[in-house]
Ligand binder design. Structure first.
Ligand code: NAP
Length: 256
């Protein structure tokens, strides 16, 4: 531990208790970072933090809802008190409420926008003072390939497309402070949630895989590797970019 390309860095990862967030936290700990995990799931977040500590990593599990700015501010304070700085923010927490346009419930619209978009805004705004003070920061927004269009994803796709917009704006505004802001758009990733809805051997999963040029779904570690690169100094000349990590799925979506 603490020998890799994130040596001595401190990362906050939202939704860090499972799935892509947990894989990212694990990778970052292996790369030498201290990690603060923010998650709405109290037991899971402390269990994941304990697992990371058992690996020899420095980890803090914080039970917080990113849609509440007071809880976000408190979580950032707790991270600063424990680790002294914040270098990296991974805006990973996100929710989806699948529905065709006519079936979208007003309440679901608000909930998804609140978590995916407003929560990302709250978390980013809350870490800015710490990053500006050190004239250093890496902000990575986890979007989705659904930002380019996907059935049943009216609200979700809207929020994930909007994150590309805020990524580009924040990259421009924050470049003067040496803060890089980038966006990652995963395609199907075999998280617990994905596998519960799409068992590996099901006809549905086989059809999904058939449509992916690389003929597999992604693993959480595939995304974690890219997050880790964008969080490191190896990506210091990259900002305001959207990278889709989806086995080539989005390539076929773009027709000229
Ligand atoms: P996941 O397994 O559901 O993990 C996300 C975590 O964030 C969960 O623990 C979740 O708790 C938590 N969370 C939800 N709302 C929160 C809030 N308001 N405050 C704090 N934490 C909250 O998700 P994942 O599949 O790893 O996905 C991670 C990110 O990648 C998401 O932004 C997702 O949109 C994006 N993504 C995933 C895929 C995929 O195939 N898995 C594809 C494209 C994009 P709950 O379980 O209670 O909601």
């Amino acid at each position: 531990m603490n020998q890799g390309r994130l040596k001595d860095k401190v990362a906050i990862i939202t939704g860090g208790s499972k799935g892509i967030g947990k894989a990212t936290a694990t990778k970052m700990v292996k790369e030498g970072a201290s990690v603060a995990l923010l998650d709405i799931l109290a037991q899971e977040v402390s269990r994941t933090a304990d697992e990371l500590k058992a690996m020899g990593g420095k980890a803090l599990g914080i039970n917080a809802d990113i849609t509440h700015k007071e809880q976000v501010a408190q979580a950032v304070e707790q991270t600063l008190a424990q680790f002294g700085r914040v270098d990296i923010l991974v805006n990973n927490a996100g929710i989806v409420k699948p529905a065709m346009l006519e079936d979208v419930q007003d309440g679901d619209w608000d909930e998804v926008v609140n978590v995916n978009l407003k929560g990302t805004f709250f978390c980013t705004r809350a870490v800015l003072a710490a990053m500006k003070k050190n004239r250093y920061g890496k902000i990575i927004n986890i979007g989705s390939r659904a930002s380019l269009g996907k059935e049943l994803r009216t609200v979700y796709g809207a929020t994930k497309a909007a994150l590309i917009g805020v990524t580009r704006t924040w990259a421009l505004e924050l470049a003067q402070y040496n803060i890089n802001v980038n966006y990652i758009g995963p395609g199907p990733i075999a998280t617990e949630l994905f596998l519960a809805a799409n068992p590996m051997e099901s006809p549905r999963t086989k059809a999904i895989i058939a449509g992916i040029p690389l003929k597999r779904v992604g693993q959480p570690e595939d995304v974690a590797n890219l997050v880790s690169f964008l969080a490191s100094d190896e990506s210091s000349f990259i900002t305001g970019q959207a990278v889709f990590i989806c086995g080539g799925l989005t390539v076929g979506l773009v027709h000229y």
